[in-house]
Design a binder for this molecule. Structure first.
Ligand code: PMV
Length: 292
């Protein structure tokens, strides 16, 4: 049985969303795949290695098996994982693998879980591994589509908008960046709260810009969100370099996710010399069975 689940991009609103402001996130057409077969013991095979239940090498997959076992005990399974989604790049690879594994187990053991139930399990796995987390990544990976956060209101934008994800080559450590912003807020609360408010307005404005395919507005919103993220201290030399190079080509770009490394998203399809560029489309389908 093969299942797959999508990664995601944060289009607008990262960091401000931690302080109750709005963000817009969308599932992308890069997916993680999990193939589950009956076996006498547990084996997990992925680009990270081949292990049995192993909470160090395969934390998300191992906790997914553990949480699924609370519904239907798993004594043996052979799980093979492969993925289009680069790891530690802010594209939701951890949630995608969790959701894909849960669905593949559901199919193999015929437990008939609803997407709500798969999401609830994936949410528990996120907390098992990370201790904290907003639940947004497992939510978007399970249900697909484009969403206004924190309301979880679906935004109907179709899949016309192509983006390019450009990887900085530097890992992004979400907890470090969240702490950095928290420190800045501690020192300059009055200033930082206003930056959050401006980002909130950007996320809300983006809804009609996305629906109306208003590229002029989207360009302004992308550029301004990036400037505000830079003001929050979550850009870095590598990100600035990519954003500036794209800006010289007239292409608006911003951080997606926590920053400090990770990925930049640019409007449209571009190929930037010397960088790993992935062309992605938005509003991808959520978790699904892959027929072979
Ligand atoms: O890089 P990611 O996908 O982990 O995104 C982090 C987004 C933040 O707003 C910085 C943190 C959060 O929990 O929302």
């Amino acid at each position: 049985m093969i299942a797959s689940a999508p990664g995601k991009v944060i289009l607008f609103g990262e960091h401000a969303v931690v302080y109750g402001r709005h963000a817009v996130v969308s599932a992308i057409n890069l997916r993680c795949y999990a193939k589950a077969e009956k076996a006498s013991d547990i084996t997990i095979e992925s680009p990270l290695g081949k292990t049995s239940l192993d909470f160090k090498v395969h934390p998300y997959v191992s906790y997914a098996i553990k949480r699924f076992s609370e519904i239907r005990p798993v004594k043996g399974v052979y799980l093979k994982i492969w993925s289009d989604i680069p790891i530690a790049s802010g594209l939701g690879s951890s949630s995608a693998v969790t959701v894909a594994v849960l669905k593949s187990l559901d199919l193999l053991f015929e437990t008939n879980l609803s997407n709500e139930e798969i999401f609830e399990l994936a949410r528990k796995v996120e907390l098992d591994v990370q201790g904290i987390g907003s639940g947004t990544d497992p939510f978007v990976s399970t249900f697909g589509g484009t969403w206004l956060i924190p309301e979880r209101e679906r935004i109907d934008i179709g899949d016309y908008l192509d983006l390019t994800v450009i990887y900085t080559g530097k890992a992004s450590i979400t907890s470090d960046m969240v702490r950095k912003v928290a420190n800045l807020r501690e020192m300059y609360g009055d200033v930082i709260e206003r930056i959050f408010d401006a980002i909130d307005s950007i996320s809300l404005r983006s809804i009609s810009a996305l629906k109306d395919r208003d590229f002029e507005a989207l360009s302004f919103l992308v550029r301004t969100n990036q400037l505000l993220l830079k003001a929050l201290g979550v850009s870095c030399r590598e990100i600035d370099e990519i954003v500036n190079k794209l800006e010289n080509l007239g292409i608006p770009a911003k951080i997606t996710g926590a920053g400090g490394g990770g990925s930049v998203i640019a409007l449209g399809s571009v190929d930037l010399d010397g960088y790993k560029c992935l062309s992605v489309s938005l509003n991808a389908e959520g978790v699904r069975e892959e027929k072979v």
